[in-house]
Design a protein around this ligand. Structure first.
Ligand SMILES: *[C@@H]1O[C@H](CO)[C@@H](O)[C@H](O)[C@H]1NC(C)=O
Length: 123
């Protein structure tokens, strides 16, 4: 019985892994990074080593380039999310390396959300 459960878990993990839409975006430190999350993506969430909590950026006319975990703290700099869903980070730093997600993405049954991994380009 327990063997069956383990097998089921391995199978499920395999399904989740293969269906996850994970994209990799190669970036260079000190250079501009831009990613088009698409229409209607007015919030981007990211996880980087700057904070143990998820950081958010909102498309709005008043942006100072920072991200926030709770609406009051300000983390990072030089980021801008446009109303067309394009995120631009003026100068990539080590602190911007991490995973980026779209909380407003329409959930697809049984599929993982899209995740974009900002990774350093090897030179
Ligand atoms: C979105 O708008 C910004 C600022 O106008 C522009 O730089 C970017 O190219 C646009 N993105 C798309 C996908 O058109």
């Amino acid at each position: 019985m327990s063997r069956l459960i383990i097998l089921a878990c391995v199978f499920l993990a395999g399904v989740i892994y293969t269906d996850a839409a994970v994209a990799r975006m190669l970036v260079e430190l000190g250079k501009e990074a831009r990613f088009d999350f698409g229409e209607n993506m007015l919030v981007v969430r990211r996880t980087t080593k700057l904070s143990p909590n998820s950081q958010y950026i909102f498309a709005s006319p008043q942006q100072d380039g920072t991200w926030t975990t709770d609406g009051t703290d300000k983390i990072g700099k030089g980021a801008h999310l446009f109303f067309n869903g394009t995120l631009i980070i003026a100068k990539m730093t080590e602190e911007d390396i991490g995973s980026y997600e779209m909380p407003m993405e329409t959930p697809r049954p049984n599929l993982a959300r899209t995740m974009i991994d900002f990774a350093l380009k090897d030179n």
